[in-house]
Design a protein around this ligand. Structure first.
Ligand code: FMN
Length: 165
């Protein structure tokens, strides 16, 4: 896929069938994530893969979008490692770049995904549930799987409305 095509045709997909992404695919997704740029190359992202249904359903309780987490055969939790962090704004931007790399790679491989941010309202509760060490701050949950819904048309503002003169 041409990279611009991959960027433009990627959509957030919120319902998945039962097919589980292969471990090699998951590793490639994480590779795409870890090759993102970061300020001072500090690589503040940390990743946790959850496929276990009980754990996934437990996590789902912390989000209004829990149904997406339940539907996905695999979810990826992305954290900021506060021990590595040097500038919160820049570190979160780098983590955003890492997440986008992973979304685009997944889409290029025919996988579906959805970035879930609403769960951050309960990030403290999620950390307790997962018994995470205090240096890890939840930055996003991303659901992955194979699409089981009609893909809607993407909508974006016109470029002319984004250009400041
Ligand atoms: C930071 C961020 C947080 C998001 N949080 C959620 C969320 O909690 N639930 C959800 O269903 N989609 C979430 N999304 C997906 C957006 O709704 C989606 O990207 C946007 O509507 C554009 O649609 P598209 O990704 O299909 O182009 C989030 C996306 C981003 C970048």
């Amino acid at each position: 896929m041409d990279i611009l095509d991959t960027i433009i045709t990627r959509r957030s997909i919120r319902a998945y069938n039962n097919q589980i992404p292969e471990d090699s695919q998951i590793e490639n997704i994480l590779d795409a994530g870890r090759w993102a740029p970061s300020g001072l190359n500090n690589q503040p992202w940390r990743f946790m893969v959850i496929k276990d249904k009980t754990r996934k359903d437990g996590l789902a309780r912390f989000s209004e979008y829990g149904g997406i987490i339940e539907s996905a055969p695999m979810v990826l939790l992305v954290f900021m490692d506060k021990n590595t962090s040097y500038n919160r704004d820049k570190d979160l931007m780098a983590i955003g770049a890492s997440i986008q790399n992973m979304l685009l790679y997944a889409h290029s491989q025919g996988l579906a995904a959805c970035w879930l941010g609403e769960i951050l309202n309960k990030k403290v509760e999620v950390s307790k549930f997962l018994k995470l060490s205090s240096n890890l701050e939840l930055a996003a949950v991303v659901a992955y799987g194979y699409c089981d819904e009609g893909v809607k048309e993407g909508k974006r503002k016109m470029l002319k409305d984004l250009l400041i003169k």
